[in-house]
Design a binder for this molecule. Structure first.
Ligand SMILES: [Zn+2]
Length: 354
């Protein structure tokens, strides 16, 4: 064996590799030279017959040669793979359709209502799902043992599991925690942080400890609104609510009526009904309004003076109104959905329709 032989072999192999035009020829080259029984391995076999000094010269030379060839072989192989892939790619095939998700009807309804409130200058306020008994009941004029507490079946929370990390147990000793049963606690939290005049709207989840059926769900979304100033009257309320409702439903001449009602945190309390937007108030053979011609839209009223006291405002200087409506309930009316339970069902056949 001579160094010149090896150099000649390397030149020969490189030339052959350059001339290869397809994957079949490349495989032949691999079998002839690079495989276990190929010519390059024969050279390594011949090394064994050489002296130690010769091995020191020929060994590294052969190793470098083998590595370079293998590298060039791989480059050529990837080139052919790419060519093969491109060759077999059929550009006439129709493309794969990507599934695009859609917004949940609750989100769509919420965004639509919020955009109307924004156009009336109401700012959005966010609040927590977990509330204290004080904010959910006491500060809203619903004291302990008040019969009105029966209106909201409550999920009470075991403090043992939900105390914030690092908090001392004593801090929460006198506080009872719950999943908020309505969005009204946001009113008090907002009033404590801001000074009048205020225009606030809050949307959040509310939770009720009750059995579910087509009209009842244990988790819903509610929207709360609050407007307070020096001289906000029931006339302002009627004007703003009528304008808003007409904009939300999209009927310029929609009739709106107020009925007396009771909620502990307002005085007087009101129910707001709108003319049925399916039968246009006719009330004949209409499943949406049960033939009454009217649809219950929201609960509302003038803010109870006791709330100003809890917020440490002067109760004689300010007045205003508050209202709350169920987002799912409104979506049910708008899209004529017969069962409230489908909203949280995760059933794509339902959500994909919007
Ligand atoms: Zn109707």
């Amino acid at each position: 064996m001579d160094l010149k032989d090896i150099d000649a072999l390397i030149i020969k192999l490189n030339q052959e590799l350059n001339l290869i035009k397809n994957a079949k020829e490349l495989e032949g080259f691999r079998l002839k030279y690079l495989a276990r029984k190929g010519e390059l391995n024969d050279c390594f076999e011949k090394l064994k017959e050489l002296s130690v000094e010769q091995k020191r010269v020929f060994g590294p030379k052969l190793n470098t040669c083998k590595k370079e060839l293998e590298q060039r072989f791989k480059e050529k192989q990837s080139l052919f793979d790419k060519v093969t892939e491109e060759f077999f790619f059929d550009y006439t095939l129709p493309g794969k359709k990507k599934e695009i998700g859609s917004l949940h009807p609750t989100t769509l309804t919420y965004r639509h209502i919020i955009s109307v409130f924004n156009s009336f200058g109401f700012e959005i306020f966010e609040s927590n799902d977990i509330e204290s008994e004080y904010y959910n009941f006491d500060s809203l004029n619903i004291e302990k043992n008040h019969p009105a507490r029966d209106m909201w079946d409550t999920f009470w929370l075991d403090k043992k599991y939900i105390l914030p990390i690092g908090s001392k147990k004593d801090e929460f000793k006198s506080i009872n925690l719950l999943l908020k049963t309505h969005t009204s606690p946001a009113e008090m939290r907002f009033m404590e942080k801001n000074n009048p005049p205020i225009r606030m709207v809050n949307m959040g989840k509310v939770f009720r400890y009750e059995a579910t059926d087509a009209r009842h769900e244990f988790q819903l979304h509610q929207l709360e609104g609050l407007m307070i100033g020096d001289d906000i009257s029931l006339c302002n309320f009627k004007s703003i609510i009528t304008g808003m409702t007409r904009k939300i439903i999209g009927q310029k001449d929609l009739k709106v009526r107020l009925r007396p009602s009771y909620f502990p945190f307002v005085s007087p309390g009101l129910e707001v009904d709108v003319e049925c937007f399916k039968c246009h108030g006719k009330g004949s053979k209409c499943s949406l309004c049960s033939n009454s011609g009217w649809i219950e839209m929201m609960g509302a009223g003038m803010t109870h003076p006791n709330l100003y006291k809890f917020a440490k405002w002067d109760r004689y200087n300010y007045q205003g109104f508050a209202f709350g409506l169920g987002v799912e309930r409104f979506a049910m009316l708008k899209y004529q959905i017969p069962d409230i339970r489908v909203f949280n069902s995760g059933d794509l056949r339902f959500t994909k329709q919007f």
